[in-house]
Ligand binder design. Structure first.
Ligand code: ADP
Length: 197
């Protein structure tokens, strides 16, 4: 910790106040899964459904964060941990602002996802496992990354040359080889409706 002499200011307007004004329960929907499993697609579909319900949301997606906030980070084990830690901290601030936040990152390691769960309050972190077999993800290959990984052009590629640790008890489990995008998005929204009752 390099911040021994800084003091945390208590805000006059609390998280609860901000959430009440927005008439919603802030939370973090943490999408995890292999590249091409459908994290971005489903997170965007959920975001759209929530927006139409009048909810205040924000979506943090893999590539835009890698270009900006985490532009200095590569894909070594240490840099992957730091990538997730920063995303977790930023998400926590957005949750504090009263928003329903979604993040779409492979986040292959259980320990890193648990690190983020611990940053948030009980019940705020919702792990959404976007599950599809590797061969299905590889046949979709929306960004051509599997092709490059198989050709040896990308090292440490999750599912090929780097592990993916599937959640043991995800809060929401979606198999995108069995469900459509809209069915999947509705399942997430239904979970939120039920957990907010
Ligand atoms: P990720 O964010 O996990 O890397 P993307 O959402 O970028 O994955 O890409 C998933 C691809 O799979 C998209 O081209 C999407 O249209 C396609 N796809 C086909 N069926 C589904 C489904 N049921 N759910 C999500 N994506 C699907």
């Amino acid at each position: 910790m390099k911040t021994e002499n800084t003091v945390w200011h208590m805000h006059q307007v609390s998280k609860h106040d901000r959430a009440s004004l927005k008439q919603q329960k802030p939370c973090l929907l943490w999408y995890t899964g292999l590249s091409g499993s459908g994290k971005s697609t489903i997170a965007n579909a959920v975001d759209e459904l929530l927006f139409k319900q009048g909810k205040h949301t924000y979506l943090l997606d893999g590539d835009n964060v890698r270009h900006g906030l985490n532009g200095d980070l590569g894909f070594s084990d240490a840099e992957r941990v730091e990538n997730i830690r920063r995303i977790g901290e930023v998400s926590k601030l957005f949750v504090d602002a009263g928003l329903i936040v979604s993040t779409a990152f492979i986040s292959p390691f259980r320990a890193d996802r648990e690190m983020v769960r611990k940053m948030l309050e009980e019940g705020e972190f919702i792990e959404v496992f976007i599950d599809a077999p590797l061969d299905v993800c590889e046949s979709r290959d929306p960004k051509g990354l599997y092709k490059k990984a198989r050709a040896g052009e990308i090292k440490d590629f999750t599912g090929i040359t780097s592990d993916y640790e599937a959640p043991l008890q995800a809060d929401i489990h979606i198999k995108t080889d069995e469900m459509s995008v809209i069915e999947s998005a509705e399942k997430v929204v239904q979970y939120l409706d039920e957990s907010c009752k």
